[in-house]
Ligand binder design. Structure first.
Ligand code: FAD
Ligand code: UDP
Length: 370
């Protein structure tokens, strides 16, 4: 009899397995239907010896000291500030849109103050900013929205930005200075030995048993456990009884080339052309030296593993109904991007995992006794 069954060995499941085993001294069976731990943050060395991310580029960034301190028990860090270029009108321009983006796009020499006026003259008045389109047109105007956001968003989500909630494009700021970093967080570092090595260290505890290539449905009636943490899709847990929650997926094309460098930065976005949204070159993330280089092309699709909850009012409403079903199952904790249907970054999932553990500590005496 295990004290806990944890479904999913990504950030959510692994943080909770680690906390429960090390702080409560309780036994955990951690399962995942994939053949590896780490969830979508999984990385591994490819045939060329380059550390690649199987599920697309994962860049760690956060402002939360408690999350840095927690993860630093399991990894050293390598400084890395993410920079992205966008392929627009035949030029490679910084995204988020900044002073250099506009000056290079239009062959101008604006100062930050003049750029402020430039945006002011172009932005549209939107009474209530509700959609992913509203956010951008009310900040930089329609032309820049169409060049940098509309095509990318249509590809990525399969719907027009006007159909998506504002939280989607609000992730990308607009700057009037020359800061070309993708993220503004105080802590921007990659796990020095990669994510998978960090996960191995988290889960290196004799009280944690790991079963891979195992779906929850295969074992739920045969392996006894007292309590459960579930980090898979919430609608699947309830047998889609209220209908399917949409999740967006990606098809990844991984390639290795016989050249040292393919592109000037780790990620280039393609908002206007191509069927893929972006190309990632991993050596920029790891600092590895090699005569070869490895890339990933991302093709968005509806079919395949669930990667992104789709932020729209109607989906949020359906999720709320599943959340009510979950609230009626007090012996199961639902955690993570899929089980709480939230477009969370890694640090937010770690934070949610640690907060869940604090609630478990408050509500349950240790060692499985009620
Ligand atoms: P997941 O990592 O999805 O883990 C859930 C696990 O549960 C999976 O391994 C799955 O196989 C398993 N599972 C599900 N159902 C079952 C079942 N029934 N039985 C057994 N196992 C099951 N975040 C950042 O901070 N920075 C980034 O740069 C970044 N880039 C991203 C790029 C892409 C392409 C994607 C898709 C996400 C990105 N993220 C990024 C987000 C990041 O991946 C997530 O925040 C984080 O990995 C979520 O962790 P999780 O444990 O909630 O879910
Ligand atoms: N986005 C865009 N053009 C870009 C970058 C982002 O239209 O060049 C939009 C797109 O809808 C994307 C969202 O902004 O899904 C959030 O971007 P982010 O880089 O955070 O996406 P993620 O890394 O989570 O895929």
């Amino acid at each position: 009899m295990f004290d806990w069954l944890i479904v999913g060995a990504g950030f959510a499941g692994s943080v909770l397995a680690e906390r429960i085993a090390s702080q409560r001294q309780e036994s955990v069976l951690l399962i995942d239907r994939r053949n590896h731990i780490g969830g979508n943050a999984y990385d591994c060395y490819d045939e060329a010896g380059i550390l690649v991310h199987r599920y697309g580029p994962h860049i760690f960034h956060t402002n939360a000291r408690s999350i840095i301190d927690y993860l630093s028990q399991f990894t050293e860090w390598r400084p890395y500030e993410h920079r992205v270029l966008s392929s627009v009108d035949g030029k490679l321009l910084p995204i988020p849109i900044n002073l250099d983006t506009i000056n290079r796009l239009y062959d101008l020499e604006l100062t930050p103050e003049q750029l402020e006026e430039f945006f002011a003259s172009r932005r549209e008045t939107v009474e209530e900013v509700r959609t992913a389109e509203d956010v951008v047109v009310s900040t930089v105007g329609r032309e820049l929205y169409e060049k940098f956001f509309r095509g990318y968003t249509r590809k990525q989500w399969g719907v027009d930005p006007a159909q998506l909630s504002k939280s989607v494009t609000a992730r990308v700021p607009t700057r009037i200075n020359r800061d070309d970093r993708y993220f503004g967080d105080t802590f921007q570092n990659m796990p020095a030995g990669g994510y998978t090595r960090m996960f191995h260290r988290m889960l290196d505890n004799p009280r944690i048993k790991i079963m891979l290539q195992t779906d929850y449905r295969e074992i739920r009636d045969t392996i006894p456990f007292q309590r459960m943490i579930y980090t898979g899709p919430i609608d699947e847990y309830f047998d889609w009884s209220l209908g399917r929650l949409p999740y967006r997926s990606l098809r990844f094309e991984h390639v290795t080339l016989d050249c040292e460098q393919f592109q000037p930065v780790a990620v280039i976005n393609y908002p206007q052309t191509e069927n893929y949204t972006r190309i990632t070159e991993y050596k920029h993330l790891t600092g590895q030296q090699s005569p070869k280089t490895s890339l990933t092309y991302e093709y968005p699709t509806d079919i395949g593993d669930p990667y992104y909850p789709v932020p729209r009012a109607e989906n949020e409403a359906l999720y709320k109904r599943y959340e009510a079903l979950a609230a009626a199952c007090p012996e199961v904790w639902f955690v993570g991007r899929l089980a709480t249907y939230r477009y969370y970054n890694m640090d937010q999932v770690v934070g949610q995992g640690l907060a869940t553990f604090a609630r478990i500590q408050q509500s349950l005496p240790a060692n499985g006794t009620v």
